[in-house]
Design a protein around this ligand. Structure first.
Ligand code: KIV
Length: 267
């Protein structure tokens, strides 16, 4: 899709103009080109890559080097969409300096135009330090998968009064830290609506209902190109897993039978 390059301030401005924000993940150049060509607004090189690309059982093991390599592949697509790199577990939690340096590597070596960090109040110092280094930051609150062990699984967050109050405080902290947008993951739609009304930065929902300013999904989920049962909030738009399986099966059968290559497929 041709058109003006989307920047972090342009994404923030979409909330004011009332245009909904469509975000998808991508982890390679080809997928980035395709989703960009149809007008996605931002591409998140999510640490979900740990599971859907690298085969880890959760997002915790993925490293900065692995994430930066995938981010650089997406950035080489030279998209109109904003490219956001996801800081992996333990690249920013321990120390403000770590956070700024890790974010810097995503910008300098990965070609990212923004980064995402998980957490609210308790990482507010890291969020504002990265913002103060001149790097646009997307926040991420609610079900933050890097805290899976703390939560005891991938559970909907913000279900009781105290949890709701904590998430409202997280949302405020993210905005006050200077983030240009915030992901709201797996929370009751009413709470997501309240946060969306409260904040001047856009909320990007995933399992947070229709009242957010935008939505994000993992591209492998909308393509059914993943293992396991999809979460309830995922909508499938294609069964790529079956397409790959069928193509690979027919190719193997052709090789085994001598049907491939034929005369037209030779030099
Ligand atoms: O890692 C990821 O893909 C994400 C999104 C699902 C928000 O964090």
């Amino acid at each position: 899709m041709s058109g003006k390059k989307l920047t972090a301030p342009a994404i923030t401005a979409m909330k004011r103009s009332g245009e909904r924000i469509a975000v998808l993940t991508a982890y390679d150049c080809m997928t980035a080109r395709i989703v960009d060509s149809i007008g996605v607004d931002a591409i998140l090189v999510g640490d979900s890559a740990a599971m859907v690309v690298l085969g880890y059982k959760n997002t915790l093991p993925v490293t900065v080097a692995e994430m930066v390599m995938l981010t650089a592949a997406v950035a080489r697509a030279k998209t109109r969409a904003l490219v956001i790199g996801d800081l992996p577990f333990m690249s920013y939690q321990a120390d403000v300096g770590d956070a700024v340096r890790a974010a810097g590597v995503f910008i300098k070596e990965g070609g990212a135009e923004a980064v995402k960090l998980e957490g609210g109040v308790r990482i507010a110092d890291k969020l504002s330090a990265v913002v103060n280094a001149g790097i646009p930051v997307m926040g991420h609150i609610g079900l933050t998968p890097q805290s899976v062990h703390e939560f005891g699984g991938y559970r909907v967050q913000g279900k009781d009064e105290k949890a709701r109050a904590n998430l409202l405080a997280d949302a405020r902290a993210v905005e006050e830290s200077g983030c240009f947008s915030v992901v709201l993951e797996a929370m009751p739609r009413e709470l997501a609506r309240q946060i969306t009304e409260m904040l001047s930065i856009p909320t990007i929902g995933i399992g947070a209902g229709p009242d957010c300013d935008g939505q994000v999904l993992v591209v492998n989920d909308i393509l059914e190109y993943t293992d396991g049962r999809p979460a309830r909030f995922v909508r499938s738009y294609a069964d790529v897993g079956s397409i790959v399986e069928d193509a690979a099966r027919r190719y193997v059968a052709d090789v085994k039978s001598g049907n491939y290559p034929d005369d037209e497929e030779c030099y």
